[in-house]
Design a protein around this ligand. Structure first.
Ligand code: FAD
Ligand code: NAP
Length: 541
């Protein structure tokens, strides 16, 4: 390994990284910095991952731009100036491209290439990676930076192929501009992608018909341009703030003291919630310390938001349909919107609750429900992702003895720390199931994983260690711990993608680690300090 092995021929590298989103980009940088040879393989034809694919109008981050950026380099954070509080997709994509140029990443990324199979070779103790272009790459290690929200959920409506109009997927939006002026649009799905894009569609189209299965809690963004002076001043504080953010629950903000809801009387609770609501963004979710622990506390905040919806939507029947009542606040991923609920006061927007009027099929001209037929020019699917496991399982990953990841995860994802799986030596996942990932500022979680993995590879190089594999018992203990923590919360009450409920037949297992990024990082650091406790090493013979 190192200098000598960094040289490669025949597509052989120390490390193959799959995916060139923020995870793969930072992984490549860190590996090269430490003298490992690496190749990144990416299905898209550019960097940015999420921000490369999700180009739908209205797409923007819902964690503030000043937090949703890399924090590993003071030079990088000082070199980029965000223009909005919650930046839009084009700006975030430009940022990813700028970082890739600054770090000279592109020369080591193979774009427009999808990994279709990976095999662990026990004799050679390496991974061979097969691609859809017919090439084979080999790497002693393989790092999956394939994203938690990168495998769009395939819509399974009867008759989809018969539709004569245009079909769009928010998660695979065309690169050229799509303008719905003078046209009619049906949108299926009211998660974050639907909620961000529907107001833009409504401002263009003759008519937008929204098909809602489950209403979502959505909080106002109160997005605004960032004043240049404030953004520049923030750069002086950023590195310290990021260090602090790595210690707190969700990887942004600081550890402000929240109190249980019961410590407020009714008026105080309402005024506290009003204060946080006015700030905009996701803050309402942490207004009470027991928000996801107590149904009573949760309902105080949930009812506050439902009342806000009732106040924003003129038609009381529509308002009730939009007000979520079937799951606690925060247990499905809440959204941050700009003008979402107001849109239902427009004459050119209708809401169809498919619980009252189920979609039966897609026809040549539109959508047929039990009671109606909606003729439209365009259908937009904002139907989400096969989250956390979809991209990994799609790849046909074959570990020791040809044992596949699909076999291993038949009853749900099992990992040690969300980083590694028993039976799959020398394979790592960035923000895999069992890590805080989607319950955090993901860039913070990505950086922590990348740094831990690269430190581990350095440790192995320095100690002549040839392979690393999670111990089955350590993995089982971790899976049990992740589930025990989730069971202490209200999260299992919701049919969320966190639990796989959005994909028919997917095992219902709560996938992310809910204990917070600080506690999680401490655990990972302790594992390393204890000689990689819970992992098995084999030495170079
Ligand atoms: P991704 O960005 O998903 O990149 C994975 C890459 O792997 C993709 O480019 C994909 O093409 C590639 N890939 C996958 N499988 C293969 C294969 N078999 N072969 C080759 N390439 C493959 N998180 C936040 O913290 N804050 C936010 O505000 C936020 N907003 C979001 C908005 C949207 C619309 C979405 C969908 C997600 C958002 N997220 C947000 C989550 C977001 O996914 C992460 O923040 C982050 O961008 C993930 O980076 P990643 O590199 O881990 O994965
Ligand atoms: P999502 O949250 O899973 O929402 C998908 C929507 O489609 C849901 O309303 C779902 O209803 C509906 N749906 C799915 N299948 C359906 C069917 N067969 N019939 C009718 N409705 C159907 O997906 P998303 O909106 O793409 O967001 C996924 C995640 O990506 C978010 O939770 C967030 O983490 C991230 N994201 C973030 C932002 C941001 O603001 N920065 C923007 C977009 C995405 P049910 O709820 O009933 O399943």
């Amino acid at each position: 390994m190192g200098e000598q092995q960094s040289k490669n021929s025949n597509n052989d590298f120390d490390v193959i990284v799959v995916g060139a989103g923020f995870g793969g980009m930072y992984m490549l940088h860190k590996l090269r910095e430490q003298g490992f040879s690496a190749k990144v393989i990416e299905a898209g034809d550019g960097v940015g991952g999420t921000w490369y694919w999700n180009r739908y109008p209205g797409a923007r981050c819902d964690i503030e731009s000043l937090d949703y950026q890399f924090g590993f380099s003071d030079e990088i954070q000082r070199g980029w100036s965000w223009t909005e509080r919650f930046s839009a997709q084009p700006e975030i994509l430009r940022y990813a491209q700028w970082v890739s140029e600054k770090l000279d990443l592109l020369k080591d990324i193979q774009f427009k290439t999808r990994v279709i199979q990976t095999n662990f070779n026990e004799q050679k103790n390496n991974w061979s990676i097969e691609t859809d272009t017919g090439e084979t790459y080999t790497g002693k290690y393989c790092v999956m930076a394939t994203g938690c929200l990168s495998m769009p959920r395939a819509p399974d409506f009867d008759g989809l192929d018969s539709f004569k109009g245009n079909v769009y997927f928010t998660a695979q939006w065309p690169h050229e501009e799509v303008d719905f002026s003078g046209q009619t649009v049906a949108v299926i799905g009211t998660g974050s992608s639907g909620i961000q894009s529907i107001p833009i569609f409504a401002s263009q189209a003759d008519h937008v018909t929204v098909f809602q299965r489950t209403p979502n809690f959505s909080l106002p963004a109160y997005n605004k341009p960032l004043e240049a002076g404030a953004a520049e001043a923030h750069k002086d504080k950023f590195m310290a703030l990021r260090r602090e953010a790595r210690e707190v629950g969700v990887g942004f903000g600081n550890a402000a003291e929240a109190k249980p809801a019961a410590q407020y009387n009714k008026e105080e609770a309402a005024s506290h919630l009003e204060e946080v609501w006015k700030v905009g963004g996701l803050g309402v979710l942490s207004a009470f310390s027991d928000m996801v622990l107590s149904n009573e506390s949760n309902d105080v905040a949930a009812e506050f938001i439902r009342d806000k919806i009732r106040g924003m939507v003129d038609d009381p029947v529509i308002a009730e349909k939009l007000a979520p009542k079937s799951y606690p606040l925060g247990t499905k991923r809440p959204c941050v919107d700009t003008g979402y609920f107001d849109v239902y006061n427009r004459d050119n927007v209708s809401l169809i609750d498919i619980n009252d009027d189920a979609i039966e099929s897609i026809t040549a001209t539109g959508i047929k429900t039990a009671g109606n037929e909606y003729t439209v020019d365009n259908i937009v699917f904002a139907t989400g992702f096969d989250a956390m496991t979809g991209a990994l399982l799609k790849m046909d990953i074959r570990g020791r003895d040809g044992y596949t990841l699909n076999q291993k995860w038949e009853e749900g994802a099992r990992t040690y720390l969300g980083l590694s799986m028993a039976g799959f030596p020398n394979l790592f996942t960035v923000t895999g199931p069992g890590s805080p990932s989607v319950l955090s500022n993901m860039i913070v979680s990505i950086e922590q994983h990348v740094e831990w993995i690269v430190d581990c590879l350095k440790h192995m190089r320095e100690n002549n260690i040839d392979s690393i594999e999670a111990d089955t018992q350590a993995e089982s203990d971790w899976v049990a711990h992740v589930n025990q923590l989730a069971d202490l919360t209200l999260f299992p009450q919701a049919n969320s993608w966190y639990i796989g409920a959005n994909i028919p037949g997917k095992p219902r297992v709560f996938m992310p680690y809910i204990g917070g990024v600080g506690a999680y990082a401490q655990k990972c650091n302790q594992v390393a300090a204890d000689g990689y406790d819970g992992f098995k090493f084999s030495e170079v013979s």
